[in-house]
Design a protein around this ligand. Sequence first.
Ligand SMILES: [Mn+2]
Length: 326
Amino acid sequence: MLMHGDHIVCISHGEDADGLICAALLANLRGAKPILVTYEEFKGALIDVNYPTEELYICDLCVRDELIGEILRIAEFARVIIVDHHPTAEALLRRLERSGVQVVYSSKDCASVLLYDQNKVELGREGARLAAYAAVSDQFEDGPIASRIISMFDRQILEHEALILTHALFRITSNDFRQRVVEELGRYIIPHRISGLVEAAVSHLEHMASLMEEIQSKAVRLGRLAYFDASDEPSTGAVANLILDVLDVDVGVSYKPAIGGRVNISIRGRRGIGLHLGEITREVAMRHGGFGGGHDRASGASIHKEKLVRFIEDLEMALSQPLKPF
Ligand SMILES: [Mn+2]
């Protein structure tokens, strides 16, 4: 591995395999120092980048408007490369490109696959394997580049290794552990051989199994939906998906308290239900003084906690109206 000290830095999404694998590929390729961040830590990490950094990679992180100033500041003394696949305002990326920032972007493949594709000669077959793990983990297996890469390997072994990594990362949130995972992945150690990873993955599965038992006994059914209080869980979206796994309903709703007396609500729908949950959620949330929206089968809302029961009742009413195509 090349050593460049802090001259080459990679700020990457620290919460999932795609972000970690971007950091591992860049550590291997460029000796880049990995800085793993959540969205809350993203801005602070940018502020910390100063001369003599010569090269900054920003990976698997959706760039927001308010971060442009920091990125342009860094671009005055360093080469900045953004590698991402999140739905991002086209104009924002163009503006960064015009200021000399290199943008590697596609919404059709995950960030690690895009990064691999740019450097496939140097990264070789083991780099491709890592990128393929990220595609499986991010559920971007059907991406135009990903599908080609995945076909190079034994599909089942690839998927199993990728999911050991994915599930372990749900369980282990300490930065030290994740830094070690990046370092070992960068040396092309396969996930099940990274110490602690299998145990963490199994521990996550066990946690999911007991959560499913709890959903089975405590979730409340209301017509086509069921809802469950996810106050003790990190991700309301994951819980809403589990509701669909456990119960025979079309829509899972899960929520937990947020700041200012509000609740954050996640809503997930089964494939083929013929409704656009994002549009329904936006309309019902607005009716109750909140906001919301999203995709056809995955949406979210934020409302005041006193409105929660009425929100869920109105959501169920909207779901039960005659199906109209969208
Ligand atoms: Mn990603």
